[in-house]
Structure formats: C-alpha cells, structure tokens
Design a protein around this ligand. Structure first.
Ligand code: IPM
Ligand code: MN
Length: 364
C-alpha cells in the first residue's frame, strides 16, 4: 500500500492541463502515493445538477488530502440554461465546489504565498516574499443571504431601515473563527522565523465584525512578543502593497479581504500563473492554483503550471515531506531564473508540460 492516498480533482478547463503537469513532478519526486480521481466540475453540474457529487465527497473522506485544478462557474441564469433538459426548472442552485469543500471540511486556513522568484521578468520588484493567511469559512462567504428581507427580520431594531425588497448578505465573524486563523498566522511566523504579522481589516467602518477580528489579533499578538505586529485598513493595504510590498511579511485577513489582496499580491510577482493556495483544516486539506479554469485555453497546454506546482510544494509540506518540498521549490526557482523554458505569460513559447518536465528533470 502507498504511504499517501491523494484525491485527484482536475475539474475542468485548464484544470486538467495543470494537474497533468503536477503529476509529472510528483512522479519525478517519487512520492509514495496513490492518486484517486474524483468527479467534480461543470460537466457534473450540467449532467447531474451538482458540480460536487456526493460520491466525490465520500471518496475525499478516504484520502489524506486533495489536489484541485480549476472549475468553470457561470451566473445562475446561464448555469440553468446548460442543465440537462430533465433537470431544468427544478430550482437547482449552482454553488461553487471549492467554497463548498472549504465549508464541508472546515478548511479554515487559506494560505497564499506571493514570492518574487529571482529572474522572473514579471516581478514588479525584487525582494517580495509575502504569505497571506486568509480566513476561509466565514465573513461574506458564510452563505446566509436574504432576498427579499423576511418581515420578521425587519422587526429587529435598526433593521427597519432596510427596505423589504433589499438583498442582504450577512458578514459573519466569530471569536473562534478569528482566533484560529490569527493564531495560525502567528504560529506560522514563529515556525518559519518570519518577523512581522499584519492584520488587514476595515474596522473603522465595519465596526463590530472587523472590530472583533482586529481586537482578537491585538490580543493574540501579545502572546508573540518576538514577532512585530501591525494592522491596516484594507484599502490602504492595497495601496501599500503596490507601493512597498517588500516591507510586508505575513498578512492575516478575513475571507473577502484575503481573497482580494491575494489576487493583488499575485500580480506583484508574475500574476495568477504563480499563485498557489493551501486550504487547510484540522483534519483535511485541499491544494490548488488560485487561477480559474480559463475555458478558452482548455486542453491547449498553454497556461503556466508553476502555480499548481507550487501548490504541490504546499501539499508536500502539509504531508511533512519537507525535503521533497524544498527540492521542488529549488527546482522551480532555478527554472524561472534560467529563463529558458517558459510559457507565454513569461514571454516564452513552451507548453505547460514542457515547463513541468524541465522542473521534473531537476528533482529526479
Ligand atoms: C479564490 C476564488 C474563489 C473565491 C471563487 C472561485 C469562489 O476566487 O479561490 O480566490 O472567491 O474564494
Ligand atoms: Mn479569489
């Protein structure tokens, strides 16, 4: 029996292309693992009315962690039009499978590094090495929304100002949710010898929920006197990240701000072709490139596999295969620095798989 059982979730669009690339480097690293394919993605929405079938969830429960490619999603009206005829008109709602996975497995940490690898022509500056800890289960992603607003709700003091025909989405921050992501950020900083943790919020306006997040960060920071702590409003943070990204180290943020600043941060170091993410809970984890399914490039093996290969690196760290993780990151860094084999986004003409093979050569 293999040491690890890893769920293999290509999804659709370029998700399949980049997972093929991931497999090349995993095989070169000789990870002692079996890979179990899971049905997930747009085709299962169209055919079964569910992009994340129950059988896939059951399969995931038998694995150590999952590697996820990408999935197409469309606005509700368009999604309905593509349903199989027998599924139409049943009121089926499309829900993002990755958001569902985060909720189902309580994957409360979304760890997103943004590092300027030497020699990447797309870096806006050298010396950027950020790690974003995005809370991954709460905030506006909590999933409680109303439209219209129920009459009962409008009886709550203050709610009479909300018209009945409004759409309302609840931003939920719990003490437990705030504490566990902030603690994870500090623990990571401590373990990796990082110097500073910055809390991102908008507590000057969203006083109660972001206030709770910020107060929790201030309290936990006191337990880590060796790590510098500061905080900033999310709007200012975006400006500072463009202006002086090299001054930041570990960032911790509620879900939506983390979503936004992580896309911004990725563009400082080459864009979504370099952005990897680890969704981690206490019992399970899902690793993914941050980019979407880019349907127009599907099957063309054109997109940059580095985001996914760096997600593999995060997976190896999670599995405590530190040596392999380091080896893989060194290989990625070398291939970037040499600049010989590269995809179109970096000004090259190589395919997804050629880049993966070049990296694989260096680790085998
Ligand atoms: C991400 C994505 C997802 C999110 C989408 C696809 C639901 O943007 O992983 O950052 O909003 O979290
Ligand atoms: Mn996003």
């Amino acid at each position: 029996m293999a040491k690890y059982r890893i769920a293999w979730l290509p999804g659709d669009g370029v998700g399949k292309d980049v997972l093929d690339a991931a497999r090349i480097v995993l095989d070169a690293l000789k990870l002692d693992a079996e890979y179990v394919h899971g049905d997930i993605g747009w085709e299962f929405w169209c055919r079964e009315g569910n992009p994340l079938p129950e059988r896939t969830i059951e399969m995931l429960k038998t694995t150590d962690c999952a590697l996820f490619g990408a999935i197409t999603s469309k606005p509700q009206k368009e999604a309905e039009e593509e349903l199989a005829p027998e599924l139409k008109g049943k009121g089926l709602q499309y829900r993002s499978p990755i958001v569902r996975l985060r909720q189902l497995f309580d994957l409360y940490i979304n760890l997103r590094p943004a590092k300027a690898y030497k020699g990447n022509p797309l870096n806006i500056k050298e010396g950027i090495d950020l790690v974003i800890f995005r809370e991954n289960t709460e905030d506006l992603y909590f999933g409680v929304e109303f439209h219209p607003v129920p009459e009962e709700m409008r009886k709550i003091p203050g709610m009479e100002r909300v018209p009945a025909d409004a759409a309302v989405s609840l931003k939920v921050i719990t003490p437990k949710g705030a504490e566990r992501i902030i603690r994870a950020a500090f623990e990571y900083a401590k373990k990796k010898g990082r110097k500073k943790v910055t809390c991102v919020h908008k507590a000057n306006v969203v006083r109660l929920s972001d206030g709770l997040f910020l107060d929790t960060a201030k309290r936990i920071a006191e337990e880590y006197p060796d790590i510098e702590f500061d905080h900033a409003n999310v709007d200012a943070m975006c400006m500072w990240l463009v202006k002086n990204p090299e001054r930041y180290d570990v960032l911790v943020a509620p879900n939506l701000y983390g979503d936004i600043i992580s896309d911004l941060a990725s563009q400082l170091v080459g864009g979504l072709g370099f952005a990897s993410a680890a969704n981690i809970g206490d019992n399970y984890a899902v690793f993914e490139p941050v980019h979407g399914s880019a349907p127009k490039y599907a099957g063309q093996y054109k997109v940059n596999p580095i985001a996914t290969i760096l997600a593999v690196k995060l997976m190896l760290e999670y599995l405590r295969e530190e040596e392999k993780a380091e080896k893989l990151e060194r290989a990625v860094a070398e291939v970037i620095e040499e600049g010989k084999v590269k995809t179109y986004d970096m000004g090259g003409e190589n395919t997804t798989l050629e880049v993966a093979e070049e990296i694989a050569k260096k680790v085998s």
